[in-house]
Design a binder for this molecule. Structure first.
Ligand code: ADP
Length: 483
């Protein structure tokens, strides 16, 4: 989500930067071109005036040059007007020799003047315009060379030129301003873009939050709110809702099937057990049959346990396993389970220890379920601890929660197995943990986890293979919810 928002903002800013750059470049080129055009118009006007001045003067005076050959020059009275022209102006004779210069042309180095006058010395001089580079410090100039035929034989043409720096001045200013403004535009556009992307993606965030909240089979009845806009988001919400409805239906059938099957199995199992138990105590049963009846009873017991567990989980999934919450002293529960653990531990050769606070730990819980949860953890601890080991059950209380812990010095759990132990029907690899010797169906911890969570709590485990494990259930004092 955050990445889409950032990506959108980034692309938006890049697109804007490219647009600003292209716009700036186009504007700069256009301004420069029109600057050059203005220069051309100006020098054309000046050339026109000078041309007319020479022609009219010649018409009136008949001769406007003094001296001839290398000393030839324009009559001072006539050149006085030309000197006042603001730009470079050169009048040349038919040999290409300079007859008059404007005031501003004089400071130019001789080679620069020669270069400009060279434009008038071309054999078939025609009116032409162009750009010339005069070298540092004068830079390049825009010029217009005009042949002058009506001012007497001594005059060939005139040239007016002006520095292009004037044309570049405006666009350069523009460029500078744009360079100053562009970062401000880009940063503000980036911020606006970020906000805009966030606003447009908000409905997606809402849908994601809602879908995340539907974390297990029990929340499948929830539906996403469908926006009235009728846009893509509304369609997305409708699609997700349709999918949730289908999921809910299949989950429902699955749970119903498990619950019904477990329920139907309970009675025949009870009848079977009663029959086997009766045969076991019957004096006429031959001793060789007794052992196989014993094994059958163990199998029936395990199956009954599994059916009970399946029924519990199926009901929990369907939300039909309400907690019978009542306030009690949790120390009594722990003492009670510890007593059972002591008996079980004795026959398994495992020592049992327990510790409870000296003051009552009062809390509203489902006593039966909590006892079942503790028994599950304790029987596991005994089951997976070799003879001579120890299991320790403890109850602790702080201001916010109570904590049950069951520690053992048993075979431990491989790190790769830890994420799976709360899954239904999951049991560690028999070769590694030798669970083959230990009866069980892999549902105990799934039920334990459900009981902890139904009380608003959580279960965690830490374990080191070969050293032992500790299961910790933490129940917040304010977290009990009837499920
Ligand atoms: P079960 O004990 O019936 O196999 P559980 O759901 O209670 O099923 O436990 C799942 C698996 O977690 C067990 O098969 C075992 O591999 C592992 N496990 C549970 N508790 C312990 C423990 N205290 N020490 C080592 N392994 C354990």
């Amino acid at each position: 989500m955050t990445t889409i928002r950032r990506r959108l903002t980034l692309w938006y800013t890049v697109a804007l930067a490219v647009t600003v750059l292209a716009f700036g470049t186009a504007l700069y080129i256009e301004r420069r071109q029109s600057g050059i055009k203005e220069l051309d118009q100006r020098i054309s006007l000046e050339a026109e005036l000078a041309h007319r001045w020479l022609t009219e003067s010649y018409k009136i005076l008949g001769r406007i040059t003094t001296n001839t050959g290398a000393n030839a020059s324009l009559d001072p009275g006539i050149s006085a007007y030309l000197e006042s022209v603001r730009d470079y102006l050169i009048v040349a004779d038919s040999a290409g020799q300079v007859l008059a210069l404007s005031e501003v042309t004089r400071p130019l180095p001789a080679d620069a003047v020669e270069q400009l006058a060279g434009q008038l010395a071309k054999p078939d001089l025609a009116r032409h315009t162009g750009t010339l580079s005069l070298g540092a410090p004068n830079g390049s100039v825009r010029y217009l060379a005009v042949p002058v035929e009506s001012a007497g034989p001594g005059i060939r043409g005139l040239l007016v030129a002006t520095s292009t720096a004037q044309a570049a001045l405006g666009p350069a200013d523009l460029l500078r301003s744009m360079l100053l403004i562009a970062p401000i535009i880009l940063v503000s556009a980036g911020l606006v873009g970020y906000w805009l992307a966030g606003t447009s993606l908000k409905p997606v965030q809402t849908i994601m939050d809602e879908v995340e909240a539907i974390s297990d089979g029990r929340s499948l009845h929830r539906r996403l709110p469908v926006p009235l806009s009728g846009d893509e988001m509304a369609r997305l919400a409708l699609t997700v809702n349709g999918m949730l409805a289908r999921l809910e239906q299949s989950f429902g059938s699955l749970h119903r099937f498990t619950a019904d099957a477990s329920h139907e199995l309970k009675t025949p199992l009870m009848v079977l057990r009663a029959g086997v138990e009766r045969a076991l105590v019957h004096p006429g049963t031959p001793p060789e049959i007794l052992q196989s009846l014993d094994e059958t009873l163990a199998q029936i017991n395990q199956m009954t346990e599994m059916v009970e567990s399946l029924l519990t989980l199926a009901r929990a999934d369907e939300g039909r396993a309400p907690l019978a919450v009542e306030e009690c002293d949790l120390r009594d529960l722990v003492e009670d389970v510890a007593e059972t653990a002591g008996i079980l531990g004795e026959s398994a050769g495992v020592n049992e220890e327990h510790a409870v606070p000296s003051t009552p730990v009062l809390m509203a819980v489902d006593k039966g379920r909590i006892r079942e949860m503790l028994l599950n953890m304790v029987t596991n601890a005994i089951k997976y601890t070799p003879r001579g080991g120890t299991i320790a059950l403890a109850l602790e209380e702080d201001t916010e929660a109570v904590t049950f812990s069951v520690r053992d010095t048993g075979i431990g759990i491989a790190p790769g197995d830890l994420p799976h132990i709360f899954e239904r029907f999951w049991r560690a690899d028999p070769a590694r943990s030798r669970t083959g010797d230990r009866p069980g169906v892999g549902l105990g911890l799934a039920i334990t986890k459900w009981i902890a969570e139904a009380h608003g709590g959580s279960i965690t485990v830490q374990s080191r293979p070969g050293r032992g494990s500790i299961f910790i259930v933490r129940l917040p004092k304010a977290g009990v919810s009837a499920v």
